[in-house]
Design a protein around this ligand. Structure first.
Ligand code: BES
Ligand code: MN
Ligand code: ZN
Length: 502
């Protein structure tokens, strides 16, 4: 879907979307049309039922107007309207347009409505929501005549000439983030036969055209570095592992922000093999790495004035004659020894070496890892929120706020000495699982924490949020791109200096 911006007069044909207020106020554009059509909009509004934010009132061949279709889009919440509310309204608009089989629509400015958000930002937010919600992964499907939801090709934003530049600038910034989200979704949606560790590493090179430095560490290099925890996971697969380091240097800073991603391109469980039922879902087990990729792309493409580094561990967890066994003991890059009790707890092993490497090499001011780490996190929080674990309260507060602002919601869960007892091993320094079914998400988190070298660190367990089995406000069924909007907002709000935030 494309978004274009113009200050031309509203078109005289096609599908026109016109904002109206939840309290019955008409936007400037709606008022003009209402006058032209002898009060048609006012009457439609009165007859249309409750004016609930995000709803549309549809008028086919509106009397007195030349358009094929007029959609009155209700905007505003009585308790106050947030940008996210407008994005979600844009999402609902996308669904509506698709159900009407409209592929191109014109959107009039909400100017005249008391939204508390400038029209340029409101328009950008509506367009962002529309794009995010309209996206679907259809690469491997031929066109189907019975397609329930055809794609929207273009949304044209009509606004006052005075708003044009501000809207263009706002949109350019927002679209950098949208593109990052969609890229993450695309990577997550690709099946594992198409996107293995090598292909993912190759894809990372695409970031070079945004000005990101991309360094691909191959198996020999990982061996030389002593990343035996990560290599142990990879050794069952015929496809070799990679670690990719992506650096966006938009400002000279002493210490970068570090993002670390779990990139298990497919997780069979290894020798501790998973049941067949639902195993196909495990192609998504690289969603943490995809979110890091998407975040770096967003930051670089909007030229964020910060220094950020992304480290992703790309492996495939397979059972085979060369696979790691339960009971094996490996030495991580940090020197800690790990007893492998369950080969299906592989994400933490990959992150152990990636986190250690990231903090040792870059001495980051903060380090945030993202991982589809535990089924236990889904049990705890469902698919509504990702688990947040943080060694630092300020960092936790900032991430929680970023979640509320972007809709990538988080919920903080505890760390602590008592839980560290759960991963004590009889034969090695630590083991890779906790106490059976007790506090499974926390056991994963405290395990990773052992490899953070004491830098302010947060772990996001996105097992429940990286993929959705039902349509949501901003994502159709499938990969969500969770984490990209969260981290982009987090960086923009807290690390880009005053005047740069929203
Ligand atoms: N990738 C899975 C986590 C997962 C499971 C995500 C189900 C989404 C749905 C991870 O590698 C895993 O297998 N974790 C194990 C850990 C256990 C063996 C300690 C789990 O959650 O069962
Ligand atoms: Mn696993
Ligand atoms: Zn996994």
């Amino acid at each position: 879907m494309r978004t274009t911006v113009t200050s031309e007069p509203l078109p005289e044909s096609g599908t026109l979307v016109v904002p109206i207020g939840h309290d019955g106020t008409l936007s400037t554009a709606a008022r003009a049309l209402d006058a032209r059509a002898n009060g048609l909009l006012t009457r439609a509004m009165a007859a249309g039922g409750r004016l609930e934010h995000g709803r549309t009132i549809e008028l086919l061949l509106p009397a007195g107007l030349p358009h094929e279709r007029l959609l009155l889009l209700v905007l505003g919440r009585p308790e106050g309207t947030r940008r996210l509310d407008l994005e979600e309204a844009g999402g609902r608009l996308a669904v509506k347009l698709a159900s009407l089989r409209v592929s191109r629509a014109s959107l009039a400015s909400p100017e005249g409505l008391a939204l508390g958000i400038p029209p340029s930002e409101a328009m950008a937010a509506l367009a962002v929501g529309c794009r995010l919600r309209a996206w679907r992964f259809t690469k491997y499907q031929h066109e189907r005549p019975d397609e329930p939801q055809p794609k929207i090709d273009e949304l044209v934003l009509y606004l006052d000439a005075r708003e044009l530049e501000a809207t263009r600038a706002q949109l350019a910034r927002e679209e950098a983030v949208v593109a990052g989200v969609l890229k993450a979704r695309e990577l997550v949606s690709e099946p594992a036969n198409v996107l293995g560790p090598a292909e993912f590493a190759q894809a990372c090179r695409q970031l070079e055209r945004f000005g990101v430095t991309v360094e691909v560490l191959d198996k020999e290099r990982l061996e030389a570095l002593g990343m035996r925890a990560l290599l142990g996971v990879a050794q069952g697969s015929a496809r070799p592992p990679f670690v990719v380091v992506m650096r966006w240097c938009g400002a000279e800073q002493e210490k970068p922000l570090a993002f670390v991603g779990k990139g298990v391109c497919f997780d069979t469980g290894g020798i501790s093999i998973k049941p067949a039922q639902g195993m196909e879902e495990m192609k998504f087990d690289m969603a943490g790495a995809a979110a890091v990729f998407g975040t770096l792309q967003a930051l670089a493409s909007r030229k964020a004035p910060i220094d950020a580094v992304g480290v992703v561990g790309l492996v495939e967890n397979m059972p085979s004659g060369t696979a790691q066994r339960p009971g094996d003991v490996v030495r991580a890059m940090s020197g800690k020894t790990i007893e492998i009790v369950n080969t299906d707890a592989e994400g933490r092993l990959v992150l152990a070496d990636c986190c250690w490497y990231a903090q040792e090499r870059f001495k980051p001011q903060v380090m945030i890892d993202l991982a589809t780490l535990t089924g236990a996190c889904i049990v705890a929080l469902g698919r509504e929120r990702a688990g947040l674990f943080a060694s630092d309260d300020t960092l936790a507060q900032r991430l929680l706020a970023a979640g509320e602002a972007t809709g990538d919601l988080l919920w903080r869960l505890p760390l602590g000495k008592a839980y560290e007892q759960h991963i004590k091993s009889e034969v090695a320094d630590i083991k890779n699982v906790g106490r059976n079914r007790e506090a499974g998400a926390i056991a994963g988190a405290v395990f990773i924490q052992q490899f953070t070298g004491g830098v302010p660190w947060a772990h996001l367990d996105i097992a429940g949020t990286a993929w959705t089995n039902r349509d949501t406000a901003l994502a159709a069924k499938g990969a969500t791109g969770f984490g990209v909007r969260l981290l982009d907002w987090f960086v923009r709000e807290y690390y880009e200096g005053s005047g740069q935030g929203r």
